[in-house]
Design a protein around this ligand. Structure first.
Ligand code: AMP
Length: 420
């Protein structure tokens, strides 16, 4: 079904055409009519599925039916877990609403930057406010924003907001909203906490589930390059150079690791930047813009910082280290192969990560191809990982032991796949 059949107004269809979207994604097909009708929504969908347009387009349609004058109150409130996601959602809303008359005003507010300019921007009235919960509460507490006219509340990446400890802030914000309103909740996972949050929040919600994760996992070619821990940086440089990758998102498990890796890449003339929670907002925005513009070839990110990054057609994602949580792996590979494009997710897996690799495979339900690159093979120094020991023996450090690099890190004594 084309977009034109979904009931959206012409100015919105024009923006959709300009964005280059030809057909609605599965979540858009389901969400757009439901939101247009004013239903509450409970959607299992992640970044990469087109969910932002799925809620933004029908919301804008409804808003534009009843325009306010100058003193416009916030009528749509979109809460997101991170500043990056807030900024990107704000950008999308502005883009989709570009041809609406009269123009709707969208503002984005998040923490980590000065509050005063945000207060100033809110003064003239705002139709759509995109916010991270903490900063929004600060603004509300200082009377810089009123939320008593909100018609639609969107909780985007609700699971991540709860993971980040925003539940109390969210509840406080909800208490400031009118009782009668439309509620849209998007979440990748449905934990007990999410269920508790949805009870009492959503009224007869339309439930939408798109098999985003499986689809992403199927769309994305996944390869694990088995190697030695000490060789990972060199292997990454080798992969980037020999394959001539121009835009790679690399995940590390720590902020420090992200900085270190970016520095090392820059030293060998691979332009790289790190983004993580310790970087200033300006540095993060600058790095992301440079990456999108093709000036930065490698963006090194931690999970939290990368959450919500929206870069279309990102061809390569590299796990420099496997994430500790298998579900983070799923989030990471969701950065590639988005909106129907094929992508490649590569993991550099050292001996100490074999058990994590298996956990990930269990979660995604498919085996990940193992490969080795000549000159960077995993050496034989690591004994095969034994089966799970009984509890009493757990402290035994087989795994730790196994990742100590040997003197010769590129030994060719292979034991292909035996322990993995
Ligand atoms: P989202 O899941 O909202 O983060 O969107 C993922 C990416 O898909 C964004 O870069 C959108 O611009 C893009 N996108 C959204 N809807 C469509 C569509 N119908 N066709 C092609 N690309 C889309």
């Amino acid at each position: 079904m084309p977009f034109s059949k979904l009931g959206l107004s012409d100015p919105l269809l024009r923006a959709i055409a300009e964005a280059g979207y030809s057909t609605p994604s599965p979540i858009q097909l389901q969400a757009i009519p439901a939101v247009l009708k004013g239903h509450d929504l409970l959607a299992a969908a992640q970044t990469g599925t087109g969910k932002t347009a799925g809620f933004a387009l029908p919301i804008l349609h409804r808003l534009s039916l009843k325009a306010y004058g100058n003193n416009r109150p916030v009528r749509v409130l979109i809460l997101t877990p991170t500043r990056e996601l807030a900024a990107q959602v704000g950008e999308s809303v502005s883009k989709y609403g570009a041809h609406l008359h009269p123009r709707l005003k969208t503002e984005v507010v998040f923490g980590g930057v000065k509050i005063n300019p945000q207060m100033m921007r809110l003064r003239g009235g705002v139709d759509v406010l995109v916010a991270t919960p903490g900063r929004l509460l600060d603004l509300a507490n200082q009377n810089a924003v009123k939320l008593d006219k909100v018609e639609t509340l969107v909780l985007d990446e609700a699971d991540r907001m709860l993971d980040m400890g925003f539940i109390r802030d969210i509840r406080k914000i909800i208490a400031l909203l009118p009782k009668k309103r439309q509620n849209l909740l998007f979440s990748a996972t449905f934990s007990e906490d999410i269920r508790k949050l949805t009870t009492g929040l959503l009224v007869n919600p339309i439930k939408i589930e798109v098999a985003a994760r499986n689809t992403a996992a199927e769309m994305v070619e996944q390869i694990a390059f088995l190697c030695n821990k000490a060789n990972k940086t060199e292997l990454l440089c080798h992969l980037i150079k020999t394959n001539n990758w121009q835009q790679v998102l690399v995940f590390t498990s720590t902020k420090h690791g992200a900085n270190r890796l970016a520095e090392k890449l820059n030293k060998v003339d691979i332009k790289a930047a790190a983004i993580h929670g310790n970087k200033s907002q300006a540095a993060r925005t600058g790095a992301l813009a440079g990456f999108k513009a093709g000036e930065i070839r490698v963006l090194v990110a931690t999970d939290v910082a990368a959450r919500g990054i929206d870069i279309t057609l990102l061809p390569h994602v590299v796990n420099f280290e496997l994430p500790r949580s298998p579900s983070d792996y799923v989030h990471r590979i969701g950065r590639t192969g988005r909106a129907g494009e094929a992508g490649q997710a590569i993991s550099l897996v050292s001996h100490d990560e074999y058990s994590t690799l298996r956990l990930i495979e269990k979660l995604i339900g498919t085996p990940i191809k193992r490969e080795q690159i000549a000159g960077f093979e995993a050496s034989e120094f690591a004994p095969p990982i034994p089966p799970e020991p009984p509890r009493a023996q757990r402290p035994g450090s087989n795994v730790k032991h196994s990742c100590k690099p040997s003197g010769n890190q590129t030994t060719n004594k292979l034991r292909p796949g035996s322990a993995v």
